[in-house]
Design a protein around this ligand. Sequence first.
Ligand code: C2E
Ligand code: MG
Ligand code: MG
Ligand code: MG
Length: 284
Amino acid sequence: QAKSDHRHSMQLFSAEMNRRAQERASLERALQQALSERSLTLHYQPQVLSSSPGTLHGVEALARWNHPQWGMVPPSQFIPVAEDAGLIHELTLWLLDEACRQLAAWRAAGHDVPCVAVNLSGRSFHRPEFSQEIGDALQRHGLRTSDVLLEITESVMMDARPVTLKNIEALHHQGFKLSLDDFGTGYSSLSYLHRLPISELKLDMAFVQDLTTSATARALTVSVLSIAHSLGMVVVAEGVETTGQQQWLQAHGCPVMQGYLFGKPLPPDEIEAWLCAQAPSPYR
Ligand code: C2E
Ligand code: MG
Ligand code: MG
Ligand code: MG
């Protein structure tokens, strides 16, 4: 009896494995197609100054995939697929080009967007030509290195491969600024912070969302703000949703905030509307 139960659960298990593998394969094929049709889009989320929440520090470009049958597929699902399937380089370079094109278009239309932040995958840093390709994208759109902020994760910072370090150094020499995304969630050592040219820390939303309930989250945030300040880095708090969080962060000297409280990731035309709504009106 026990033996047949076991065999039965093994069959269920392998059926489940099989189903997942097929799901993954069809996701991969669909992503490949979306990429070749250039049907992914970018949304942009406002990053605002704490001292003046109607003023932009910049916007973060976030990938969106609206599949004709499945609807919106979240990046947390398709980015890992793109990485495993070797599609991430093409995807990153295309989205970077698109973000540059959009920033140049906003400026040409008279919208004051100080810079655009782009998320980079650690995989891309294994390509010797990566830093050059990023520089090329900017040139195509007549932008300067200060116009684009490159978001990397702690895994890139901890990656000891020579090719990764060479790319980081080359980007730094070109004048790019690097931002460390999801700070506090990885395993990075604080001592790496001053070894690499990081100019911005993005405090992960896990901390921000615990601020009002957890003394530990508050203590950690206070020390991150203090370390960043002494190293001359900007801190961006991610996932700010409540005025309680906003007030705490502002009172403790966090210079930049990003979150639903100020604006969700929006398509380009809604960013323009957001900017117009923030602009001080002479009639107000
Ligand atoms: P991330 O770079 O840390 O981006 C912030 C995520 O938090 C975004 O999710 C954003 O929509 C969400 N968010 C912002 N404010 C709030 C808030 O107040 N509350 C809550 N609950 N969430 C908020 P999204 O767009 O689903 O992206 C998830 C992750 O996928 C990103 O995390 C990033 O790691 C990755 N990703 C997105 N676009 C790209 C891309 O173009 N390239 C790469 N390599 N990764 C990307
Ligand atoms: Mg990011
Ligand atoms: Mg983040
Ligand atoms: Mg994140």
